[in-house]
Design a protein around this ligand. Structure first.
Ligand code: FMN
Length: 224
């Protein structure tokens, strides 16, 4: 690490994987959380949160998960089940479910149903074998699209969304607009931190003409 022009600079070729992880998770924030439910080949339900997560394409509808292998390089239950069953369900975490979500992150043995541990209930998938979490406000049923083994320690899993369940009060089915306040989703910060999404504001993208017209006007530095 060196200091230049008021910035600490980090050459990633000098960082340990742990240091790179800390630099990234502390600054790429807030990250949405995929609360992933899967089912093992013998029918054992599994749930765990993943914040290396986002939607990457709407046509086709693709989302991505970044799954770290266990220290001995074996697969986490989520990655193993997706590999074996070719499907998973991404549930969105809202504020009332933070504690339950944290319980499902504990390193239980593969034969433990994390939903039961967290007092949650599963509801069957309509198009996939993996169940959704009945208490979650939103769930996306996904078919495994592609797995990218970026190293022996990590895999990026792409899923194609085939079905969505969105609580009635959140989305207007006629316009497909969702009410972020009703959703009350949370995101992941660094360490054990989380952020709410109720500190929200609108800021429309200006046209290129508007930007050029106002070139000499000072920009508003938006402060909450
Ligand atoms: C909010 C949160 C986000 C997490 N994000 C990730 C992640 O992106 N990738 C990962 O490998 N583990 C992540 N974890 C850790 C896993 O949830 C944890 O290892 C879990 O036990 C894996 O369960 P499984 O073996 O049932 O898949 C996260 C944990 C929490 C609490």
């Amino acid at each position: 690490m060196t200091q230049r022009d008021g910035y600490h600079t980090f050459d990633f070729s000098d960082l340990t994987p742990r240091e790179a992880y800390k630099v990234m998770i502390g600054t790429i924030v807030p990250r949405p959380i995929a609360w992933v439910t899967t089912i093992s080949p013998d029918g054992q339900v599994n749930a765990a949160p993943y914040s290396f997560f986002n939607c990457l394409s709407a046509d086709p509808p693709i989302l991505a998960l970044g799954v770290e292998n266990k220290p001995d390089r074996s697969f986490k239950d989520t990655a193993y089940n997706i590999r074996m069953t070719e499907c998973f369900t991404v549930n969105i975490v809202d504020r009332p479910n933070v504690e339950a979500m944290a319980v499902t992150a504990a390193a239980f043995a593969p034969d433990v149903d994390e939903l039961e541990m967290a007092g949650l209930t599963s509801a069957p998938g309509l198009k996939v074998a993996s169940p959704r979490i009945a208490e979650a406000p939103v769930a996306f049923e996904c078919e495994r699209y592609l797995g990218i083994q970026v190293s022996s320690a990590r895999e990026i899993i792409l899923g194609r969304i085939v079905m969505a369940h969105i609580r009635e009060d959140i989305i207007d089915p006629a316009t497909c607009y969702s009410d972020h306040a009703k959703l009350d989703a949370i995101g992941r910060m660094g360490g054990n931190g989380y952020a709410g999404t109720l500190d929200y504001f609108d800021w429309p993208t200006p046209s290129a003409e508007d930007v050029l017209r106002n070139l000499n006007a000072p920009l508003t530095r938006h402060k909450a």
